[in-house]
Design a protein around this ligand. Structure first.
Ligand code: URP
Ligand code: ZN
Ligand code: ZN
Length: 471
Protein backbone atom coordinates (compact mmCIF):
# COMPACT_ATOMS: atom_id res chain seq x y z
CA UNK A 1 0.00 0.00 0.00
CA UNK A 2 1.35 3.45 -0.90
CA UNK A 3 0.08 6.84 0.28
CA UNK A 4 0.67 10.37 -0.95
CA UNK A 5 0.11 13.21 1.51
CA UNK A 6 0.07 16.36 -0.55
CA UNK A 7 0.39 20.07 0.10
CA UNK A 8 0.75 19.98 3.88
CA UNK A 9 2.90 22.29 5.99
CA UNK A 10 5.56 19.81 7.11
CA UNK A 11 6.97 20.65 10.51
CA UNK A 12 9.84 18.86 12.21
CA UNK A 13 12.08 19.80 15.13
CA UNK A 14 14.12 21.96 12.72
CA UNK A 15 12.14 22.58 9.52
CA UNK A 16 8.89 24.15 8.40
CA UNK A 17 7.93 24.03 4.69
CA UNK A 18 5.09 23.06 2.36
CA UNK A 19 5.55 19.77 0.50
CA UNK A 20 4.39 16.27 -0.34
CA UNK A 21 5.24 13.00 1.41
CA UNK A 22 5.17 9.67 -0.42
CA UNK A 23 4.82 6.62 1.82
CA UNK A 24 5.76 3.20 0.52
CA UNK A 25 4.24 0.57 2.79
CA UNK A 26 5.47 1.47 6.31
CA UNK A 27 8.10 4.07 5.49
CA UNK A 28 8.56 7.55 4.14
CA UNK A 29 10.07 7.03 0.69
CA UNK A 30 10.11 10.53 -0.82
CA UNK A 31 9.63 14.11 0.33
CA UNK A 32 9.43 16.93 -2.17
CA UNK A 33 7.56 19.73 -3.83
CA UNK A 34 4.64 18.64 -6.07
CA UNK A 35 5.78 15.02 -6.27
CA UNK A 36 4.86 13.38 -9.57
CA UNK A 37 3.97 9.93 -8.27
CA UNK A 38 0.83 7.84 -8.19
CA UNK A 39 -0.24 6.22 -4.96
CA UNK A 40 -2.92 3.79 -3.82
CA UNK A 41 -4.28 6.46 -1.49
CA UNK A 42 -4.03 10.24 -1.56
CA UNK A 43 -4.59 12.58 1.35
CA UNK A 44 -4.94 16.29 0.68
CA UNK A 45 -3.24 18.11 3.57
CA UNK A 46 -3.64 21.62 2.12
CA UNK A 47 -4.02 24.14 4.96
CA UNK A 48 -3.01 21.52 7.53
CA UNK A 49 0.17 20.82 9.48
CA UNK A 50 1.93 17.49 8.98
CA UNK A 51 3.81 16.59 12.17
CA UNK A 52 5.83 13.56 13.25
CA UNK A 53 3.67 11.31 15.40
CA UNK A 54 3.87 11.99 19.11
CA UNK A 55 6.07 9.90 21.40
CA UNK A 56 4.72 9.68 24.95
CA UNK A 57 7.39 8.09 27.13
CA UNK A 58 5.36 8.14 30.34
CA UNK A 59 2.21 5.98 30.45
CA UNK A 60 0.81 3.40 32.86
CA UNK A 61 -1.65 1.17 30.99
CA UNK A 62 -3.36 -1.70 32.80
CA UNK A 63 -1.18 -1.23 35.86
CA UNK A 64 -1.97 -2.40 39.40
CA UNK A 65 -1.10 0.49 41.69
CA UNK A 66 -2.67 1.99 44.82
CA UNK A 67 -4.91 -1.06 45.34
CA UNK A 68 -6.53 -0.99 41.90
CA UNK A 69 -5.70 -1.11 38.19
CA UNK A 70 -5.50 1.87 35.84
CA UNK A 71 -8.70 2.17 33.84
CA UNK A 72 -7.29 1.92 30.29
CA UNK A 73 -5.72 -1.25 28.96
CA UNK A 74 -3.24 -1.18 26.09
CA UNK A 75 -5.98 -1.14 23.44
CA UNK A 76 -8.12 1.52 25.11
CA UNK A 77 -5.21 3.73 26.11
CA UNK A 78 -3.58 3.61 22.70
CA UNK A 79 -6.87 4.44 20.94
CA UNK A 80 -7.09 7.51 23.16
CA UNK A 81 -3.43 8.30 22.43
CA UNK A 82 -3.99 7.99 18.66
CA UNK A 83 -6.83 10.51 18.78
CA UNK A 84 -4.36 12.85 20.45
CA UNK A 85 -1.73 12.42 17.74
CA UNK A 86 0.50 10.05 19.71
CA UNK A 87 1.84 7.19 17.59
CA UNK A 88 4.30 5.57 20.04
CA UNK A 89 4.18 5.13 23.78
CA UNK A 90 6.88 3.80 26.07
CA UNK A 91 4.83 2.20 28.83
CA UNK A 92 6.06 1.21 32.28
CA UNK A 93 6.33 -2.57 32.63
CA UNK A 94 6.76 -3.45 36.31
CA UNK A 95 8.82 -5.96 38.22
CA UNK A 96 6.71 -6.32 41.38
CA UNK A 97 8.63 -7.44 44.51
CA UNK A 98 9.58 -11.11 44.35
CA UNK A 99 9.34 -11.28 40.55
CA UNK A 100 12.28 -11.63 38.21
CA UNK A 101 12.76 -8.98 35.52
CA UNK A 102 11.94 -11.53 32.84
CA UNK A 103 8.63 -12.30 34.57
CA UNK A 104 7.73 -8.64 34.91
CA UNK A 105 8.52 -7.95 31.29
CA UNK A 106 6.72 -11.12 30.20
CA UNK A 107 3.58 -9.94 31.99
CA UNK A 108 3.58 -6.73 29.98
CA UNK A 109 4.07 -8.61 26.69
CA UNK A 110 1.06 -10.74 27.64
CA UNK A 111 -0.98 -7.59 28.24
CA UNK A 112 -0.06 -6.38 24.73
CA UNK A 113 -1.07 -9.71 23.22
CA UNK A 114 -4.40 -9.64 25.09
CA UNK A 115 -5.37 -6.02 24.54
CA UNK A 116 -3.74 -5.27 21.25
CA UNK A 117 -2.54 -1.69 20.77
CA UNK A 118 -3.32 0.51 17.77
CA UNK A 119 -0.05 2.47 18.03
CA UNK A 120 3.50 1.28 18.64
CA UNK A 121 4.65 0.44 22.15
CA UNK A 122 8.01 0.16 23.90
CA UNK A 123 8.62 -0.71 27.54
CA UNK A 124 10.68 0.78 30.34
CA UNK A 125 11.11 -1.50 33.35
CA UNK A 126 10.13 -0.43 36.87
CA UNK A 127 12.74 -1.89 39.24
CA UNK A 128 11.41 -2.61 42.75
CA UNK A 129 13.46 -5.44 44.15
CA UNK A 130 17.10 -6.47 43.75
CA UNK A 131 17.05 -8.87 46.72
CA UNK A 132 14.31 -11.48 46.23
CA UNK A 133 13.45 -11.42 42.57
CA UNK A 134 15.68 -9.39 40.35
CA UNK A 135 19.40 -9.91 40.07
CA UNK A 136 21.89 -7.34 38.81
CA UNK A 137 23.00 -9.83 36.13
CA UNK A 138 19.45 -10.11 34.76
CA UNK A 139 18.99 -6.37 34.93
CA UNK A 140 22.12 -5.90 32.85
CA UNK A 141 20.68 -8.11 30.07
CA UNK A 142 17.48 -6.11 29.47
CA UNK A 143 18.84 -4.07 26.54
CA UNK A 144 18.96 -7.36 24.60
CA UNK A 145 15.16 -7.34 24.93
CA UNK A 146 14.94 -3.78 23.61
CA UNK A 147 14.41 -2.33 27.09
CA UNK A 148 17.00 0.38 27.66
CA UNK A 149 15.56 2.37 30.56
CA UNK A 150 14.92 1.57 34.21
CA UNK A 151 12.45 3.47 36.39
CA UNK A 152 12.72 3.78 40.16
CA UNK A 153 10.41 5.40 42.68
CA UNK A 154 11.95 7.39 45.52
CA UNK A 155 8.33 8.12 46.59
CA UNK A 156 5.38 6.03 47.78
CA UNK A 157 6.92 4.67 50.99
CA UNK A 158 5.17 1.51 52.15
CA UNK A 159 4.10 0.47 48.64
CA UNK A 160 5.50 -2.10 46.20
CA UNK A 161 7.13 0.58 44.09
CA UNK A 162 9.23 2.48 46.67
CA UNK A 163 12.99 1.75 46.66
CA UNK A 164 15.84 2.74 48.94
CA UNK A 165 18.95 4.59 47.76
CA UNK A 166 20.95 1.35 47.66
CA UNK A 167 18.60 -0.14 45.06
CA UNK A 168 18.57 3.12 43.14
CA UNK A 169 22.34 3.44 43.13
CA UNK A 170 23.05 -0.19 42.17
CA UNK A 171 20.62 0.15 39.26
CA UNK A 172 22.41 3.33 38.21
CA UNK A 173 25.71 1.44 38.19
CA UNK A 174 24.24 -1.20 35.88
CA UNK A 175 22.81 1.50 33.61
CA UNK A 176 26.19 3.21 33.41
CA UNK A 177 27.68 -0.06 32.16
CA UNK A 178 25.06 -1.28 29.71
CA UNK A 179 23.88 1.89 27.97
CA UNK A 180 20.55 2.34 29.72
CA UNK A 181 18.91 5.48 31.10
CA UNK A 182 17.65 5.66 34.69
CA UNK A 183 14.33 7.40 35.27
CA UNK A 184 13.38 8.58 38.73
CA UNK A 185 10.18 9.62 40.39
CA UNK A 186 11.91 12.05 42.70
CA UNK A 187 10.16 12.82 45.98
CA UNK A 188 11.38 12.16 49.52
CA UNK A 189 9.16 9.20 50.46
CA UNK A 190 10.21 9.12 54.13
CA UNK A 191 9.43 12.76 54.84
CA UNK A 192 6.12 12.65 52.97
CA UNK A 193 5.12 9.57 54.98
CA UNK A 194 5.64 11.51 58.22
CA UNK A 195 3.63 14.47 56.95
CA UNK A 196 0.77 12.27 55.73
CA UNK A 197 0.49 10.51 59.10
CA UNK A 198 0.52 13.86 60.93
CA UNK A 199 -2.21 15.29 58.70
CA UNK A 200 -4.47 12.27 59.15
CA UNK A 201 -3.89 12.26 62.94
CA UNK A 202 -5.09 15.89 62.97
CA UNK A 203 -8.27 14.91 61.08
CA UNK A 204 -7.13 16.49 57.81
CA UNK A 205 -8.28 13.96 55.22
CA UNK A 206 -9.64 16.13 52.38
CA UNK A 207 -8.07 15.69 48.92
CA UNK A 208 -6.13 18.97 49.19
CA UNK A 209 -3.97 17.42 51.93
CA UNK A 210 -2.50 15.15 49.26
CA UNK A 211 -0.80 18.30 47.98
CA UNK A 212 -0.12 19.93 51.35
CA UNK A 213 1.73 16.84 52.62
CA UNK A 214 4.03 16.77 49.58
CA UNK A 215 5.65 20.22 49.65
CA UNK A 216 7.84 21.24 46.68
CA UNK A 217 10.99 20.92 48.82
CA UNK A 218 10.44 17.14 49.05
CA UNK A 219 10.62 17.02 45.26
CA UNK A 220 13.58 19.41 45.11
CA UNK A 221 15.58 17.42 47.67
CA UNK A 222 15.00 14.07 45.98
CA UNK A 223 15.74 15.49 42.54
CA UNK A 224 19.09 16.81 43.73
CA UNK A 225 19.86 13.50 45.48
CA UNK A 226 19.10 11.51 42.33
CA UNK A 227 21.28 13.85 40.27
CA UNK A 228 24.24 13.48 42.65
CA UNK A 229 23.88 9.68 42.83
CA UNK A 230 23.67 9.39 39.04
CA UNK A 231 26.78 11.53 38.75
CA UNK A 232 28.72 9.23 41.10
CA UNK A 233 27.49 6.17 39.17
CA UNK A 234 28.16 7.86 35.82
CA UNK A 235 24.74 7.07 34.37
CA UNK A 236 22.36 9.20 32.30
CA UNK A 237 19.40 10.43 34.36
CA UNK A 238 15.85 11.36 33.40
CA UNK A 239 13.69 12.99 36.06
CA UNK A 240 10.02 12.26 35.35
CA UNK A 241 7.02 14.54 35.91
CA UNK A 242 8.83 17.60 37.29
CA UNK A 243 6.24 19.90 38.85
CA UNK A 244 7.98 22.82 40.57
CA UNK A 245 10.81 25.35 40.68
CA UNK A 246 12.47 23.42 43.50
CA UNK A 247 13.10 20.50 41.14
CA UNK A 248 13.78 22.54 38.00
CA UNK A 249 16.68 24.36 39.70
CA UNK A 250 18.92 21.32 40.40
CA UNK A 251 18.23 20.00 36.90
CA UNK A 252 19.20 23.35 35.40
CA UNK A 253 22.38 23.43 37.48
CA UNK A 254 23.40 19.90 36.48
CA UNK A 255 22.80 20.68 32.81
CA UNK A 256 24.90 23.84 33.08
CA UNK A 257 27.73 21.64 34.37
CA UNK A 258 27.31 19.37 31.36
CA UNK A 259 25.95 16.39 33.28
CA UNK A 260 23.66 13.99 31.39
CA UNK A 261 20.46 14.97 33.19
CA UNK A 262 17.13 15.55 31.47
CA UNK A 263 13.84 16.64 32.99
CA UNK A 264 10.30 15.94 31.88
CA UNK A 265 7.10 17.68 32.82
CA UNK A 266 3.56 16.59 32.00
CA UNK A 267 0.52 18.41 30.66
CA UNK A 268 -1.17 18.60 34.07
CA UNK A 269 1.71 20.60 35.54
CA UNK A 270 1.20 23.14 32.76
CA UNK A 271 -2.55 23.41 33.27
CA UNK A 272 -3.66 22.57 36.81
CA UNK A 273 -2.85 24.47 39.99
CA UNK A 274 -3.64 23.94 43.67
CA UNK A 275 -7.12 25.50 43.36
CA UNK A 276 -8.33 22.38 41.52
CA UNK A 277 -7.47 19.96 44.31
CA UNK A 278 -8.74 22.50 46.87
CA UNK A 279 -12.42 22.21 45.89
CA UNK A 280 -15.31 21.56 48.28
CA UNK A 281 -16.25 17.95 48.99
CA UNK A 282 -14.51 15.16 47.09
CA UNK A 283 -14.20 16.87 43.67
CA UNK A 284 -10.49 17.53 44.34
CA UNK A 285 -9.88 13.74 44.19
CA UNK A 286 -9.86 14.02 40.39
CA UNK A 287 -6.58 15.91 40.79
CA UNK A 288 -4.90 13.47 43.15
CA UNK A 289 -1.78 12.55 41.25
CA UNK A 290 1.86 12.73 42.23
CA UNK A 291 3.67 15.11 42.40
CA UNK A 292 0.51 17.04 43.23
CA UNK A 293 -0.94 20.24 41.76
CA UNK A 294 1.17 23.18 42.92
CA UNK A 295 0.69 26.94 43.40
CA UNK A 296 0.30 28.90 40.16
CA UNK A 297 3.89 30.20 40.22
CA UNK A 298 5.16 26.65 39.72
CA UNK A 299 2.85 26.21 36.73
CA UNK A 300 4.41 29.23 35.06
CA UNK A 301 7.89 27.95 36.02
CA UNK A 302 7.16 24.71 34.15
CA UNK A 303 6.09 26.63 31.02
CA UNK A 304 9.26 28.71 31.23
CA UNK A 305 11.38 25.59 31.72
CA UNK A 306 10.05 23.83 28.61
CA UNK A 307 10.57 27.00 26.59
CA UNK A 308 14.21 27.32 27.68
CA UNK A 309 15.08 23.59 27.67
CA UNK A 310 15.63 23.40 31.41
CA UNK A 311 12.97 20.70 30.91
CA UNK A 312 13.08 18.91 27.59
CA UNK A 313 10.06 16.61 27.25
CA UNK A 314 6.32 16.91 27.87
CA UNK A 315 4.64 13.56 28.56
CA UNK A 316 1.29 12.72 30.15
CA UNK A 317 1.84 10.17 32.97
CA UNK A 318 -1.47 8.71 31.74
CA UNK A 319 -2.59 6.69 34.79
CA UNK A 320 -6.38 7.03 34.77
CA UNK A 321 -8.57 5.97 37.68
CA UNK A 322 -12.34 6.44 37.44
CA UNK A 323 -13.82 9.05 39.76
CA UNK A 324 -16.66 6.66 40.64
CA UNK A 325 -15.46 3.29 41.88
CA UNK A 326 -11.72 3.97 41.97
CA UNK A 327 -10.85 7.45 43.29
CA UNK A 328 -13.52 6.89 45.99
CA UNK A 329 -12.66 3.26 46.82
CA UNK A 330 -11.22 4.19 50.23
CA UNK A 331 -14.11 6.48 51.17
CA UNK A 332 -14.10 10.23 50.83
CA UNK A 333 -12.36 11.39 53.99
CA UNK A 334 -8.85 9.92 53.70
CA UNK A 335 -6.76 11.38 50.86
CA UNK A 336 -4.07 8.72 51.39
CA UNK A 337 -6.47 6.04 50.10
CA UNK A 338 -7.16 7.79 46.78
CA UNK A 339 -5.29 6.02 43.96
CA UNK A 340 -2.74 8.45 42.53
CA UNK A 341 -2.78 9.21 38.84
CA UNK A 342 -4.18 11.39 36.08
CA UNK A 343 -5.85 10.65 32.75
CA UNK A 344 -4.61 12.70 29.79
CA UNK A 345 -2.86 10.85 26.95
CA UNK A 346 -5.25 12.38 24.41
CA UNK A 347 -4.80 16.04 25.25
CA UNK A 348 -1.03 16.65 25.05
CA UNK A 349 -0.75 17.97 21.49
CA UNK A 350 -3.86 20.15 21.70
CA UNK A 351 -2.63 21.73 24.94
CA UNK A 352 0.93 22.35 23.71
CA UNK A 353 -0.45 23.90 20.54
CA UNK A 354 -3.05 26.10 22.25
CA UNK A 355 -1.17 27.25 25.32
CA UNK A 356 2.38 26.92 23.93
CA UNK A 357 2.29 27.93 20.24
CA UNK A 358 -0.93 29.94 19.99
CA UNK A 359 -0.18 31.71 23.28
CA UNK A 360 3.20 32.77 21.86
CA UNK A 361 5.34 30.87 24.36
CA UNK A 362 7.25 28.89 21.68
CA UNK A 363 7.11 27.97 18.00
CA UNK A 364 5.95 24.87 16.15
CA UNK A 365 9.50 23.44 15.96
CA UNK A 366 9.75 23.54 19.74
CA UNK A 367 6.36 21.87 20.00
CA UNK A 368 7.63 19.01 17.81
CA UNK A 369 10.80 18.71 19.92
CA UNK A 370 8.83 18.42 23.16
CA UNK A 371 6.09 16.19 21.77
CA UNK A 372 8.05 13.82 19.56
CA UNK A 373 11.71 14.30 18.63
CA UNK A 374 13.44 14.71 21.98
CA UNK A 375 11.68 11.79 23.70
CA UNK A 376 12.42 9.66 20.61
CA UNK A 377 16.10 10.60 20.79
CA UNK A 378 16.42 10.06 24.53
CA UNK A 379 14.75 6.68 24.53
CA UNK A 380 16.39 4.95 21.56
CA UNK A 381 13.64 5.42 18.98
CA UNK A 382 15.22 8.03 16.71
CA UNK A 383 15.35 8.38 13.70
CA UNK A 384 12.89 5.54 13.09
CA UNK A 385 10.44 7.57 15.18
CA UNK A 386 10.29 11.25 16.08
CA UNK A 387 10.90 12.88 12.72
CA UNK A 388 9.77 13.16 9.12
CA UNK A 389 12.64 11.89 6.99
CA UNK A 390 13.22 9.44 4.17
CA UNK A 391 13.44 5.97 5.69
CA UNK A 392 11.68 6.87 8.93
CA UNK A 393 8.49 5.09 9.91
CA UNK A 394 5.50 6.86 8.40
CA UNK A 395 4.12 7.88 11.80
CA UNK A 396 2.38 11.12 10.94
CA UNK A 397 -0.25 13.49 12.25
CA UNK A 398 -2.32 15.71 9.98
CA UNK A 399 -3.32 18.55 12.26
CA UNK A 400 -6.04 21.10 11.51
CA UNK A 401 -4.81 24.34 13.11
CA UNK A 402 -8.15 26.12 12.61
CA UNK A 403 -10.62 23.64 14.06
CA UNK A 404 -12.20 24.57 17.38
CA UNK A 405 -12.69 21.92 20.04
CA UNK A 406 -13.78 21.72 23.66
CA UNK A 407 -11.88 19.12 25.66
CA UNK A 408 -14.39 16.93 27.47
CA UNK A 409 -15.15 13.49 28.84
CA UNK A 410 -18.07 13.49 26.39
CA UNK A 411 -15.72 13.38 23.40
CA UNK A 412 -12.49 11.80 24.67
CA UNK A 413 -11.65 8.18 23.89
CA UNK A 414 -10.17 7.02 27.19
CA UNK A 415 -12.49 4.84 29.30
CA UNK A 416 -11.89 7.19 32.26
CA UNK A 417 -15.13 8.73 33.53
CA UNK A 418 -13.74 12.26 33.77
CA UNK A 419 -11.36 14.55 31.89
CA UNK A 420 -8.70 16.46 33.80
CA UNK A 421 -9.05 19.45 31.45
CA UNK A 422 -12.85 19.42 31.18
CA UNK A 423 -14.20 22.47 29.34
CA UNK A 424 -10.84 23.72 28.07
CA UNK A 425 -11.32 25.32 24.66
CA UNK A 426 -8.66 24.93 22.00
CA UNK A 427 -8.22 25.80 18.35
CA UNK A 428 -6.32 23.05 16.55
CA UNK A 429 -6.88 19.28 16.60
CA UNK A 430 -5.23 16.17 15.19
CA UNK A 431 -7.49 15.05 12.37
CA UNK A 432 -5.80 12.09 10.69
CA UNK A 433 -3.12 9.84 12.20
CA UNK A 434 -0.94 7.21 10.54
CA UNK A 435 1.29 4.64 12.19
CA UNK A 436 3.84 3.03 9.87
CA UNK A 437 1.70 4.07 6.91
CA UNK A 438 -1.49 2.56 8.31
CA UNK A 439 -4.46 4.88 8.78
CA UNK A 440 -5.39 4.74 12.45
CA UNK A 441 -7.61 7.82 12.75
CA UNK A 442 -9.14 9.12 9.53
CA UNK A 443 -10.78 12.53 9.74
CA UNK A 444 -11.67 12.01 13.39
CA UNK A 445 -12.88 8.40 12.94
CA UNK A 446 -11.10 5.32 14.32
CA UNK A 447 -10.33 3.04 11.38
CA UNK A 448 -7.57 0.85 12.86
CA UNK A 449 -7.97 -2.76 13.89
CA UNK A 450 -6.63 -3.84 17.30
CA UNK A 451 -3.04 -4.91 16.78
CA UNK A 452 -2.14 -2.21 14.24
CA UNK A 453 0.52 -1.19 16.75
CA UNK A 454 3.45 -3.42 17.61
CA UNK A 455 6.19 -3.72 20.22
CA UNK A 456 9.35 -1.72 19.43
CA UNK A 457 12.78 -2.75 20.65
CA UNK A 458 14.70 0.41 21.52
CA UNK A 459 18.37 1.25 21.05
CA UNK A 460 20.84 1.90 23.86
CA UNK A 461 21.68 5.42 25.02
CA UNK A 462 23.80 7.18 22.41
CA UNK A 463 22.84 4.73 19.68
CA UNK A 464 20.29 5.31 16.96
CA UNK A 465 17.41 3.04 16.02
CA UNK A 466 18.12 2.55 12.35
CA UNK A 467 15.19 2.79 9.95
CA UNK A 468 13.92 -0.71 9.27
CA UNK A 469 14.42 -0.28 5.49
CA UNK A 470 17.65 0.50 3.68
CA UNK A 471 17.66 4.08 2.38
O1 URP B 1 0.17 9.95 40.43
C1 URP B 1 0.84 9.36 39.60
N1 URP B 1 1.75 10.03 38.95
N2 URP B 1 0.60 8.05 39.34
C2 URP B 1 1.27 7.23 38.44
C3 URP B 1 2.53 6.66 39.01
C4 URP B 1 3.62 7.67 39.02
O2 URP B 1 3.97 8.15 40.08
O3 URP B 1 4.15 8.00 37.96
ZN1 ZN C 1 5.69 9.00 39.41
ZN1 ZN D 1 4.08 7.82 36.13
Amino acid sequence: MSTLISGGRIITAADDYVGDIFIDDEHIALIGESLDVSADREIDAGGKYVLPGGVDVHTHMDTFFGGTTTADNHYEGTVSGAFGGTTTIVDFAAQYPGESFVEGLGNWHTKLETNKPVIDVGFHLIVTDLKNGGSLEDLAKLPDEGVTSYKLFMAYKGTDFHVDDETLFKTMQVAAENGSRVMVHAENGDVIDVLVKEALAQGNGAPKYHSLTRPPETEGEATNRAIQLAHIAGCPLYVVHVSCEDAIEPIELAREKGWDVVGETCTQYLMVDFSKIDQPGFEGAKYVYTPPPRDARHVEACWNAIRTDKLSVVSTDHAPFNFKGQKDMGGTDDFSKIPNGPPGIEERLKILHEFGVRAGRFDLNRLVQLFSTTPAKLFGLYPRKGTIAVGSDADLVIFDPEKKHTISVATHHSTCDYNLFEGTEVTGVPETVLVRGQLIVDNGELVAQPGAGKFVKRARVGEQLAPSVAV
